[in-house]
Design a binder for this molecule. Structure first.
Ligand code: NAI
Ligand code: MG
Length: 345
């Protein structure tokens, strides 16, 4: 065993996924191997690949593997349209109560829009306006004259994600949390979120600065001066929108990793989809999935390996001569992965 290898291997579920999934997963698994991360992968199917094999986009064997390992890395999945399949991502989120969605955005590209972005967005993943409680009200001969949706936010859910955000901030050396809300208009719905997060935040006030910002102002401030943000903590829908904005600040989808965290299970993925327009060509950018793998290493306590991986990605992108086509280069997925491996310190 090399000095970099870990004494015990960590079992984890690996879902290769659809479209560019196999290409970026191969590249990422190769880099993790070169790091000596000692992960013992259980290969599982989901998405279109699983529909072909089992007639189910999320087969029981895959769920059982995640239940066992409590740790998964997943490539992008296609939920077939029609055929009455439930959304895979929503099912996973519900099944494992993955209540926090973490989306870091950091400037790795020296020629990007902003040079100094390093923000972690933490989004409540199970409540709010996305609970799907909505209906139409007919008036006269119009069956859809009125549409009504209910947002549901619980003190329990707010406390759970706020507690998580404070702990995560401390663990990752962050200094400030900005609670993002619209409590001036949605006084009950996001008022409860703000109030509860502040209440939790007060227990950390000796170690963290807790501030609050209204969503619309936050969206503008992110464009004007993104460096002022450290950790953003927000509700499901606001987090959905702001996290894409944050990804845009640092070079777009190819750069955006995500983690879905629950009390005892965590699933890591790239934010982007299966990229059908480039799949099979060997030119997909594996950075987002590699950064997701770095989040996974953080999660299992391999902070040093996570930092080695991020540093190697940063160096590769800063040198600029080995980049995939989406970042203006002409390197293949494999050439890029090899360049990252060469730079692992
Ligand atoms: P997409 O993210 O797959 O692609 C959007 C654009 O970004 C395309 O031009 C694509 O080539 C490019 N792109 C995405 N990732 C890239 C990468 N790593 N390297 C280089 N270029 C990249 O979004 P789209 O086309 O809307 O969705 C395609 C499929 O993916 C759909 O079936 C959708 O349901 C699924 N999807 C799955 C997700 C998941 O499993 N987490 C998330 C988003 C979409
Ligand atoms: Mg979204």
């Amino acid at each position: 065993m090399s000095s970099q290898q870990h004494a015990f291997s960590v079992p984890a579920t690996l879902i290769v996924g659809d479209g560019i999934g196999p290409e970026i997963v191969d590249a990422t698994v190769g880099v993790l191997k070169a790091l000596g991360a000692g992960i013992d992968w259980e290969y599982c199917d989901a998405g279109l690949a699983a529909v072909k094999l089992y007639g189910d986009p999320l087969p029981r064997s895959t769920l059982e593997s995640i239940r066992r390992t409590r740790l998964a890395l997943k490539g992008p999945l296609i939920t077939p349209v029609g055929g009455g399949y439930r959304s895979i991502n929503v099912t996973l989120r519900k099944e494992f109560q993955l209540f926090a969605n973490i989306r870091p955005a950091r400037s790795f590209l020296p020629d990007g829009l902003f040079k100094d972005v390093d923000v972690i967005l933490i989004r409540e993943n199970t409540e709010g306006l996305y609970v799907g409680v909505e209906h139409y009200i007919p008036i006269g001969d119009d069956p859809r004259a009125v549409a009504e949706a209910s947002g549901i936010i619980t003190r329990f859910g707010c406390r759970r994600v706020a507690e998580f955000a404070c702990q995560y901030a401390l663990k990752t050396g962050r200094k400030k949390i900005t609670i993002v809300h619209k409590a001036n208009i949605l006084k009950a719905l996001t008022g409860l979120f703000l109030e509860t997060c502040q209440e939790v935040g007060r227990q950390y006030q000796d170690r963290l600065t807790i501030e609050e910002r209204i969503i619309d102002n936050c969206a503008m401030q992110l464009i004007i001066n993104p460096a002022q943000f450290d950790v953003i903590l927000t509700t499901n829908m606001f987090g959905d929108i702001l996290s894409d904005e944050c990804a845009g600040l640092v070079g777009g989808l190819g750069m955006a990793p995500g983690a879905n965290i629950g009390a005892d299970t965590a699933i890591f993925e790239a934010v982007h989809g299966s990229a059908p327009d480039i799949s099979g060509k060997g030119i997909a950018n594996p950075t987002a999935l590699m950064l997701a793998a770095a989040l996974m290493l953080d999660h299992i306590g391999q902070y040093h390996n996570a930092e080695r991986l991020r540093d190697a990605i940063k160096q590769t992108l800063q040198e600029g001569n080995v980049r995939t086509p989406d970042l203006g280069g002409n390197a293949s997925t494999i050439q890029y992965a090899e360049a990252v491996i060469r730079r692992l310190g």
